[in-house]
Design a protein around this ligand. Structure first.
Ligand SMILES: Nc1ncnc2c1ncn2[C@@H]1O[C@H](COP(=O)(O)OP(=O)(O)O)[C@@H](O)[C@H]1O
Ligand SMILES: [Mg+2]
Length: 593
């Protein structure tokens, strides 16, 4: 509760004024039937007036003028009710919309802080649902709560008291209906929570399927998998339909039960009340008011039910939002011991590092990795796909943390840097590189948003991107589509390298980042690294031996372990894996018979 109060506090006045307005409306609603009964009893049947009614008849006299006066009061009450109703709806909407906006923004901030492993844990679709749909459920509930929370109980109690003052005996009939209705409500709420939770999960599924398909629509089309994808979506959709129906069906019986109960109660009241009117122990006006109060009592109970149905839905959504808000960022720099240290040189050391993505799995993705890289060196990493190359380098900027062993940069454990300082010192081009919608310049400025025009051009030149960029009509102001789909794979890779270069990092990591660039261009990029990034440490993961052949050190990996470290000349004579890769890419040497 305390957690949610944070989002209520800034809008507390709205949260208070809204319900107060609703109370005004309820008071009007409760007095209306009473006015009507006065018109019938005193205006029409000329019953002897006392108290409030007498005060009015003293002024207006009986009959027509009295009726007109009461009607005037009724119109005033109606206007008051209207103002209350509008105010209630307005402040309710204001409060709930602001509540939801703040909540959404906090959930989003949390997701931004997620470590890679947290992102792996929640699917993207699920995060999107939680951020949008679940927050909206909460918003709807808050809105409804503000409008109903005081109104329904207020109407229930008010109408109940009024009917008691009119006729206690008849009120006992209502009590029976109330008990029946409350039983129904309890059953509905009991089932609501689990059904609505299930429904939100199905919305997750649907979003995941749709999102995966739409972001990868090019692949889907090139494999002519539209039918398959449509079927997959149809399944998720049908699944959602079924679960939604199960959840919604809770309400199907509510309305008919309510109506029949209301009608039966009215019939009973008319029967007993009618007899009383005949015996003159009750007036016709009172009976008419009584019937209205019965309807009010039952319909306010109905509103309470709706409120509880919404509550069970909001609880389900709230739980899912809390899961995101409470997700422990397993990668944090709270306990960092050298928060002010920055990466100055670029030495890297791995000491007996082991890692697995799923902490329960037997097989380690990296096991007992140890090596040392000196500042300024160029290091190649080579090995078959899936052997753990990307995983290994992701330990350096702490995209993932090692399970065992430690990673040191400049002799300091990476966990002891502040995340900002550590990552500022490292330029990384991920294997799945991405550009964002915006101009080329916007994208490059991601690396360093204070870079000057010259610096941008220089970085692009070193990454061999300048030439094709200037060929675009608008040059560096050329617009990139979402995900960078309107440039070629090789162009995208070069822009990503330029982006990383702009950071002027002490450590530059390229994870298979030149795979789509031709070998001649790639050689120029490497020579630019040598001349321009002389002091930075460069780690180059590559498929092609030619990309790493002139590196100071080459690390050969296989199945999560390092099988050899050394120069090309050393490895070609000693390491079978390296020989295999080398000869598979070049012509095999003649074997002398
Ligand atoms: N985010 C992830 N979650 C779970 N497993 C992963 C993840 N990323 C990679 N893996 C697994 O870890 C192993 C090593 O992957 P990776 O380091 O990407 O290999 P490489 O870069 O050498 O091709 C592979 O078996 C892969 O399936
Ligand atoms: Mg990889």
């Amino acid at each position: 509760m305390k957690r949610w109060f944070k989002y209520i506090k800034p809008y507390l006045p709205f949260f208070i004024i809204g319900p107060v307005c609703m109370i005004v409306e309820v008071i009007g609603e409760i007095f209306m039937p009473k006015f009507l009964s006065m018109i019938i009893d005193y205006g029409y049947y000329n019953k002897e007036a006392t108290g409030f009614v007498k005060a009015i008849t003293d002024i207006t006299g009986p009959g027509r003028n009295f009726i007109l006066a009461i009607m005037g009061l009724m119109i005033l009450t109606a206007i008051m009710m209207m103002v209350g109703g509008i105010g209630g709806a307005y402040f309710g909407a204001k409060a709930s919309v602001n509540f939801a906006a703040d909540l959404r923004s906090d959930v989003y901030k949390c997701v931004q802080k997620f470590s890679f492993s947290s992102i792996d844990k929640f699917s993207t679709g699920s995060l999107v649902t939680r951020l949008t749909n679940d927050v909206t459920q909460m918003q709807n509930f808050v809105n409804m709560l503000l409008r109903m929370a005081l109104r329904s109980p207020g109407m229930l109690i008010g109408a109940f008291i009024m009917s008691l003052t009119i006729n206690p005996k008849l009120t006992s009939i209502i009590a029976v209906s109330i008990v029946i209705l409350i039983t129904c409500i309890i059953i509905i709420i009991g089932k609501g929570f689990s059904r609505f939770s299930a429904m939100q999960t199905k919305i997750d599924n649907l979003n995941t399927v749709a999102q995966e398909n739409i972001t990868n629509v090019r692949v889907v089309k090139s494999f002519v998998r539209e039918d398959y994808e449509t079927k997959k979506f149809a399944e998720a959709n049908a699944d959602l339909k079924k679960t939604s129906f199960r959840a919604m069906s809770l309400m199907i019986f509510m309305s008919p039960i309510m109506t029949i109960l209301m009608n039966l109660t009215s019939v009973a009241i008319l029967w007993f009340g009618g007899n009383m009117v005949v015996n003159s122990s009750m007036t016709a006006g009172d009976l008419s008011a009584f019937i209205t109060y019965v309807t009010q009592i039952l319909s306010s109970l109905m509103m309470v039910t709706m409120l509880f149905i919404n509550l069970s839905r909001a609880l389900a959504s709230g739980k899912r939002i809390v899961e995101v808000l409470d997700e422990k960022t397993d990668i944090s720099d709270e306990n960092a011991r050298c928060k002010n240290t920055t990466v100055e040189k670029g030495d890297i050391e791995f000491r007996n590092v082991s890692f697995r993505y799923y902490k329960t799995s037997e097989e380690k993705v990296l096991s007992d990795i140890s090596f040392k890289i000196n500042a300024g060196e160029t290091v190649g990493i080579i090995g078959s796909t899936g052997c753990g190359k990307s995983t290994l380098v992701s330990m350096i900027p702490r995209l993932y943390d090692a399970d065992e062993g430690e990673v040191l940069v400049d002799g300091v454990n990476v966990k002891d840097y502040s995340l900002y300082n550590l990552r500022e010192g490292i330029g990384m081009v991920l294997q799945k590189n991405l550009l964002f919608s915006g101009t080329i310049k916007d994208n490059l400025l991601w690396g360093n948003d204070t870079a000057t025009e010259e610096e941008i051009i220089k970085a692009a030149e070193h990454a061999q991107a300048d030439k094709f960029v200037t060929e675009f009509e608008k040059g560096y102001d050329h617009d990139i589509d979402q995900g960078g789909t309107n440039v070629s794979g090789g162009q995208k890779q070069r822009l990503c390298i330029a982006r990383a270069l702009l950071k002027k990092p002490k450590i530059l990591i390229l994870d298979d980042s030149t795979s789509a660039v031709d070998t001649a261009t790639e050689a120029r990029i490497r020579s630019a690294f040598r001349s321009e990034l002389n002091e930075s440490t460069k780690i180059i993961i590559a498929q092609r031996i030619s990309s790493v052949i002139d590196a100071d050190k080459i690390i050969v990996m296989n199945n999560g372990v390092i099988t050899g470290i050394g120069t090309h000349d050393k490895l070609i004579n000693s390491n079978t894996e390296y020989q295999e890769i080398y000869y598979s890419q070049t012509e095999k040497p003649e074997v002398n018979e």
